[in-house]
Write a protein that binds this ligand. Sequence first.
Ligand SMILES: *Cc1c(COP(=O)(O)O)cnc(C)c1O
Length: 354
Amino acid sequence: MKKHNFSAGPCILPQSVFKEASQAVLDLNNSGLSVLEISHRSKDFVDIMEEARSLALELLGLEGKGYKALFLQGGASLEFLMVAYNLLENKAGYINTGTWSDKAIKEAKLFGEVIEVASSKDKNYNYIPKGYDIPKGLDYLHCTSNNTIFGTQIKDFPETDAPLTCDMSSDIFSRQLDFSKFGLIYAGAQKNMGPAGTTLVVVKEDLLGKVSRKIPSMLDYSVHISKGSMFNTPPVFAVYVSMLTLRWLKGMGGITGIEERNEKKANLIYSEIDLNPLFNGFTAKEDRSTMSATFTLANEDLKESFDAMCKEAGINGINGHRSVGGYRASMYNAMDLDSVAVLVDVMSDLERKA
Ligand SMILES: *Cc1c(COP(=O)(O)O)cnc(C)c1O
């Protein structure tokens, strides 16, 4: 039976990517060698790394604009501290929109003054703060574009003269933005780009080299840039699969092509949440994420039937995070509209039967 995988991460990737990646594990480009056994300094792998880096910049519209793309390790969680290590000299501003922002704030405090410019903690992060003042003279302002756990998404990014840094782990490449507004973007691959094990960092090079502290090589963006993202052995398989996914994305019409599909999926599920009296949306309507839809049952007694019906329909991974409860449907780029339609059918079946 076809499975519909709504897992928040690691998550769904295109079937064509899984097939091509499996083949390359056995034999990469008819070389008689697996992608897992060749040297990362071989031409075959250097080409993969270079294609991944240039596809990332191309898809974001950042080619020739002073940005570099890196595929690093340590997840988005390591970027929480690397951003501060490399950019925080005096004070930085953070917008706290959920668990991940909160963790980024905690790490940054080890390196300098952190000003929490705005927060939605007062309502368990079910909205995006608006209309706040941003202090002058920040080294950077940090935000989280999509709050994977709570299901909110920033639609209008803050206007600031400080460099804008953003954790885009769960919505990178899902919607068109003016990416040149950002000084640094990072994203763990396993949410919308590839398997776990690598993190994409896109950084404007002229922001680097300004802090007075010494930075250990592995944590220094400039070192990784100077070595072409190969200072040490990169996570070869994660980079390879990410490259295949980026190729797939380009073939889908790039970000504008995929955004249209993502909006259709989001509209479908949110209209069901709004129409069906058995379900309540968790977040403020204007801040709803196109990637992560969070909702609860109006009557918890129906949980057992709903869960059984989902299982029967091949739906996987919709349990909400423990800090929100209820359900969360992650609808990343690789998910078809059909899979969302299956979930929506189950939701309306429940109403018919209840
Ligand atoms: C999952 C997630 C993280 C954590 O990523 P790791 O790669 O596991 O460190 C950070 N930020 C956001 C927005 C996430 O969704």
